[in-house]
Write a protein that binds this ligand. Structure first.
Ligand SMILES: NC(=O)c1ccc[n+]([C@@H]2O[C@H](COP(=O)([O-])OP(=O)(O)OC[C@H]3O[C@@H](n4cnc5c(N)ncnc54)[C@H](O)[C@@H]3O)[C@@H](O)[C@H]2O)c1
Length: 326
């Protein structure tokens, strides 16, 4: 089996998960690890003594064997690192949000297109087996017409000082809702509050309007008593709830709805219908592993990633508009 040689840059709280997953894939060779913080690299080398750390990002760029670079650094550095990687002829996996600025995201997509390089963005939920299942329901029209979707991504911490809760948490929800609805929003409104630090919002409410009168609402917060990761989809025929804090029963389909019908008096116009609740059996495969495998396949086979730069850019566009409204 040929092994795709990659480097992983950014070995903080999240990047170390990429190291665990890529290092375990049989068709992957992790050639380099790199972090500006030597301690972060040393911690990974203690866990994976067969790997090695680069002393600079340039050392990775100038290694002709490296085909792809996984960037899991803080969001503010994604643009510069991804740009340098693409210009050096490497494919790029970049964590969400792809960039903080729309023009920067557009530039990355343009460079990748010009140079025939790939960009995959770390919108992890699009590799979640539960999301595949729900997307199938929507595409087969099992839920009927989708009226609205709302999501809650709440916890007490992790409080960041380099970005607000919108940039840290909402990329998951925006990418997910765009994917499920197969569209990008046409308008965004947002309100938020800074309670713990100056000018860094801890709690944010975003309302998105999609084509065909569909609505979405996103509530993100790292200042909340409950850990909540829940998405609710209300369709004309059925309703679905995806609760990612559940260990096994993550999706519930409610055979509930309100029927509009022919009527003789006003009271009969809308008939509430309640039926069974279905809890489907969904495989418990780790989304991070599926995402990593997909990236390696794209690099090897030169096929476009399912979650490419254009999708990443749509999320950046919504984040930019919501930030402007805050
Ligand atoms: N997809 C997901 O589910 C998910 C979950 C958590 C975090 N993330 C994303 O992953 C990224 C990292 O998040 P984190 O929680 O690990 O942050 P973190 O602050 O814990 O770690 C970031 C690391 O990047 C390093 N770094 C910063 N700039 C660098 C540079 N120019 N070169 C090399 N190293 C550099 C820092 O030293 C640090 O070790 C963020 O973009 C975040 O949004 C994604």
């Amino acid at each position: 089996m040929t092994k795709t040689p990659i480097a992983i840059v950014g070995l903080g709280k999240w990047g170390r998960n990429h190291v665990r997953v890529f290092a375990a894939l049989p068709d992957c060779q992790v050639r380099w690890l790199f972090d500006l913080n030597d301690r972060a690299a040393a911690e990974q080398l203690a866990l994976y003594p067969h790997l090695r750390a680069a002393t600079s990002f340039d050392q990775i760029l100038s290694d002709p064997a490296v085909q792809a670079i996984v960037i899991a650094t803080t969001a503010g550095s994604h643009y510069q690192l991804a740009r340098e990687a693409l210009l050096a002829g490497k494919d790029v996996f970049v964590e969400k949000p792809m960039t903080l600025d729309l023009a920067e995201g557009e530039e990355l997509c343009a460079i990748a297109a010009e140079r025939g390089r790939l960009i995959q963005v770390g919108h992890l939920l699009l590799f979640h087996p539960a999301v595949d299942y729900i997307k199938g329901l929507i595409d087969r029209n099992d839920l009927g017409e989708i009226y609205y979707i709302y999501s809650q991504r709440l916890n007490l911490g992790v409080v960041r000082n380099d970005e607000n809760a919108l940039l840290s948490l909402a990329p998951h929800d925006i990418s997910l809702i765009n994917y499920l609805l197969g569209a990008a929003p046409i308008a965004a409104q947002a309100a938020g509050g800074c309670y713990l630090q100056d000018r860094i919002e801890d709690v944010i409410f975003v309302t998105l309007t999609y084509p065909q009168r569909k609505l979405a609402h996103i509530h993100v917060s790292w200042l909340d008593p409950h850990k909540t990761r829940r998405l609710t989809i209300v369709g004309s025929r059925k309703m679905a709830v995806f609760d990612d804090t559940e260990t096994t029963e993550k999706v519930r389909i409610y055979d509930k709805g309100v029927l509009r019908q022919e009527y003789e008096n006003y009271g009969e116009l809308l008939a509430v219908r309640t039926g069974d609740i279905l809890i489907p059996n969904i495989p418990n495969t780790e989304p991070l592993k599926l995402q990593a495998q997909h990236f390696l396949e794209c690099v090897r086979d030169r096929t476009p990633p399912r979650v490419d730069g254009r999708m990443g850019l749509e999320v950046v566009r919504v984040l930019a508009e919501a930030s402007r409204r805050l």
